[in-house]
Design a protein around this ligand. Structure first.
Ligand code: CTP
Ligand code: MG
Length: 380
């Protein structure tokens, strides 16, 4: 049997998200182009110290995690504490682990620095939590104001919470106190020492619907503008079909080559891939692969766009220049803009298509081929 992982992460995502509302429980609602849960999964998966990842979901929520790789899926319980307990028992049943980080899927923006601080603190404590200081004046009160509470004594507790595994498992098994909203309470009830490390404002929990707006704004502040450039050439042949920017154009000649040879969409695909630093069209769709013979090139554009969106990116604008003497592009420009806008899920105002000749100079001037250039501007 392989030795158990030293450090395991457990994400609880079995809640109903009642306060946030919406068609789906909040952990499966989209945030920056992917389900909120995906952010925490990726944060742990990217950290070199984490050897295994368990995700607790509610009964009947399996469809939302189908296809996720290298993750153990556990069914949760009626309360957060029940869900954590189910996760801990599943980990114990599969051989245990030395240290565990227990995290809410509702806190999507987990940095490696927070994980590092927690693991460091575990060297000298049974548990460690990230917490933020209280900055507002704090007071007791309902209708009328009661006494002010010394805010220097109050911290705002976040997750992940890190523990020596056997200690937190025993604490959960023994706990009989009031409903606990985190695991540090359960650890303390068992007499464990829980250290506090610096929390992260980015880790605040998504609880209400409006918190999604805040989280999207957080993501927007992290994005930078990027530009990608693409260029392509295809040979003109008498009698071949001519596809340009996803539009079939009646002409004496058409383009030959890989796929439907839509030179403009190939340049556009490279521009999008370039903006995302994701290689080039040949790497994603090798010309040697027979499945792309005759393929409609909008598939390549859509693939590049979905790659950008899967990374939480936004496509702002694309600009294509076709370089040829014939056919005339003007009469087809509107249809081309509409086609490109549709494949990128943009408005036509975000798509520019231009054409130029080369004064009968060079291969484009002689009508031997058509060249295309494209730029794509994205935020990532
Ligand atoms: N959670 C869980 N199992 C439960 C309840 C909550 O795994 N039975 C998880 C949630 O999915 C979330 C975390 O615990 O990641 C923190 O809980 P909370 O923010 O309260 O989420 P919900 O319980 O889903 O939201 P609400 O209380 O508004 O219904
Ligand atoms: Mg809850």
């Amino acid at each position: 049997m392989p030795s158990p992982p030293h450090i395991t992460a457990l994400i609880v995502a079995a809640g109903k998200g009642e306060r946030a509302g919406g068609a789906l429980p909040k952990q499966f609602q989209p945030l920056g182009g992917k389900p909120m849960l995906a952010w925490s999964i990726e944060a742990f998966a990217a950290h070199p110290a984490i050897g295994a990842l368990y995700v607790v979901i509610g009964a009947g929520q399996e469809e939302h995690v189908r296809g996720l790789k290298d993750i153990e899926i556990i069914t949760g319980g009626a309360t957060r504490a029940d869900s954590v307990r189910n996760g801990l028992e599943a980990i114990a049943a599969s051989g245990g682990t030395s240290k565990i980080l227990i995290h809410d899927a509702a806190r999507p923006f987990l940095s490696a620095a927070v994980i590092d601080r927690l693991l460091d603190a575990l060297k000298t404590a049974s548990g460690a939590i990230p917490a933020l200081p209280s900055v507002d004046t704090l007071a007791l009160g309902a209708d009328t104001l009661g006494d002010t509470v010394d805010r220097s004594q109050i911290v705002r507790v976040q997750t992940p919470q890190a523990f020596h595994f056997d200690a937190i498992l025993d604490a959960h098994r023994a706990y009989t106190g009031p409903a606990a909203t985190d695991d540090a309470q359960i650890a303390r009830a068992a007499g464990l020492r829980v250290a506090i490390v610096a929390g992260d404002p980015a880790l605040e929990k998504i609880t209400m619907a409006e918190d999604f707006t805040r989280a999207e704004a957080q993501l927007e502040r992290r994005r930078t503008s990027r530009t990608g450039l693409g260029y392509d050439v295809h040979r003109l042949e008498a009698g071949a079909p001519l596809w340009l920017c996803g539009v079939n154009i009646a002409h004496t000649h058409g383009l030959s080559g890989h796929s439907d040879a839509d030179v403009a969409l190939h340049a556009l695909t490279d521009a999008l891939l370039g903006a995302a630093a994701e290689g080039d069209i040949g790497a994603h769709f090798p010309p040697s692969d027979p499945q792309w013979r005759g393929a409609a090139s909008h598939l390549f554009v859509e693939h590049a766009a979905s790659l950008i969106r899967a990374k939480g990116g936004i496509i702002d604008h694309v600009d294509i220049t076709l370089i040829c003497e014939a056919p005339k592009i003007g009469p087809h420009r509107e249809a081309m803009c509409a086609a490109v806008a549709q494949m990128l899920a943009l408005t036509v105002a975000q798509v520019s298509i231009k054409a130029t000749t080369t004064e009968r100079l060079g291969f484009t001037g002689r009508g031997e081929g058509i060249a295309a250039q494209a730029v794509a501007t994205i935020r990532l």
